[in-house]
Ligand binder design. Structure first.
Ligand SMILES: Nc1ncnc2c1ncn2[C@@H]1O[C@H](COP(=O)(O)OP(=O)(O)OP(=O)(O)O)[C@@H](O)[C@H]1O
Ligand SMILES: [Mg+2]
Length: 382
């Protein structure tokens, strides 16, 4: 360095077990080197800092993994069991719109699989590697809901977290926010959500600054939102904003032919439903839809010693709905059982109705089929 009169930086040196780096520069006065400066920095500190950095990176990776597993969706479209044409139509619309960023409104009775749809939509969207954040809008009072959704500023209120807190909109950034039970959201919060949807920005409670959020909205409710709009319980502007894609999931009682299929999938291998149980399942109204069917099957499987589920294994509350004539033998294929069950139901229901067109229409309404279908079925079983 002295000979060349050029400074050098970051030269690695090791003396015994001491490691250090040296920066050096000549001191040149009027072309003549009169001395030099050299600064030695110990590597021990650099080492311990890089060790610390490595540890922190491992920690962050671990936390990211855990975060991801919390927000990861479990369900995909393949998990939605059913062959009912209307259900298949709804699944098809959901699949086609999943990859767009359009808001989706999922409606249907309790237990029809609204969350299943919401998760499957996220799974099939371009946002699948980003968070899926579910929010139950009926769980919190309006004041808390606002800070949950939008977060709050540092010391926005007594007991607020230091440094403030991100809301669910911010947490869902890049991903999907699932607004479950949106019908139960207060009018005020509805207005605030509408603002975010229109502007793509949120403001934490108690903060002036706005933050950009990129969030896809999937909303769900078991309520009749149109009715709610008419009664001024739900804002019409938000309703139209959310209702770009509407998935109305049919209830289980309107797709009774899916009952044997779903039961089969939910039963453990080797287990089966007796003919009586299947007949009963087909006549029962299933107010709790697939969730109720799953619970009944889980219970019955626990109660049976063997592999055949009989009426006696069903929960007590259900047995009182079982008005079908009891049959003793429980054999036959699924097709035979369904054929017989359908015949039993028709015979049983038609007892209360005459043969006039008017009476038949009433019977068809009660059975939830069209008049033509009823005539076809009566002819088939005659
Ligand atoms: N078509 C289906 N195939 C298979 N499983 C289903 C189906 N529909 C619902 N389920 C099951 O039923 C249960 C309830 O589903 P989910 O939570 O999606 O219903 P929901 O419509 O959100 O009900 P709620 O209105 O009560 O919140 C879940 O265990 C789900 O796996
Ligand atoms: Mg739900």
């Amino acid at each position: 360095m002295l000979k060349e009169q050029k400074s050098r930086v970051g030269i690695y040196r090791k003396t015994k077990d001491r490691e250090y780096v040296v920066d050096m520069a000549p001191i040149v006065v009027q072309g003549e080197t009169i001395g030099a400066v050299s600064v030695c920095k110990s590597l021990t500190e650099v080492h311990s800092l890089s060790q610390e950095l490595k540890k922190q990176i491992e920690k962050v990776t671990e936390l990211e993994k855990r975060m991801k597993s919390i927000y990861e969706v479990k369900y995909n479209f393949e998990d939605i069991i059913g062959e009912d044409p209307e259900l298949l139509r709804v699944i098809n619309v959901a699949k086609k719109t999943a990859t767009s960023d359009l808001p989706i409104l999922v409606t249907g009775e309790s237990g029809t699989g609204k969350e299943l749809f919401a998760q499957s939509i996220h799974h099939n969207s371009d946002r699948t590697y980003k968070p899926f954040i579910p929010v139950n809008c009926s769980a919190l009072p309006a004041s808390l809901m606002e800070s949950e959704l939008f977060g709050y500023a540092d010391s926005a209120f007594t007991g607020a977290m230091k440094g403030g807190k991100a809301g669910l909109f911010e947490m869902a950034h890049g991903g999907t926010l699932f607004l479950d039970e949106i019908g139960d959201l207060s009018y005020d919060v509805q207005a605030k959500i509408l603002r975010v949807l229109q502007e793509g920005r949120i403001r934490r409670v108690g903060e002036v600054k706005e933050r950009e959020v990129d969030v896809r909205i999937v909303a769900a409710t078991h309520r009749d939102l149109r009715q709610y709009v008419m009664k001024n319980l739900f804002r019409d502007d938000l309703y139209y904003r959310l209702n770009v894609v509407h998935l109305q999931i049919p209830s289980l009682r309107n797709r009774k032919y899916d009952i044997p299929l779903i039961s089969k999938k939910l039963l453990p291998a080797n287990h089966a439903l007796s003919k009586d149980v299947l007949s009963f399942f087909i006549t029962y109204e299933w107010p709790g839809n697939v969730r109720e069917l799953r619970n009944v099957i889980d219970f019955a499987v626990c109660m049976t010693e063997g592999e055949m589920i009989e009426v006696q294994h069903l929960p007590e509350f259900l047995k009182k709905y079982n008005t079908l004539p009891q049959q003793s033998e429980s054999s036959g294929t699924l097709k035979e059982s369904m054929w017989n069950a359908e015949k039993d139901i028709l015979v049983e229901k038609m007892k209360n109705f005459g043969a006039s067109l008017d009476e038949r229409q009433k019977a068809a309404d009660l059975l939830g089929v069209s008049l033509a279908t009823l005539y076809n079925k009566l002819k088939k079983h005659n």
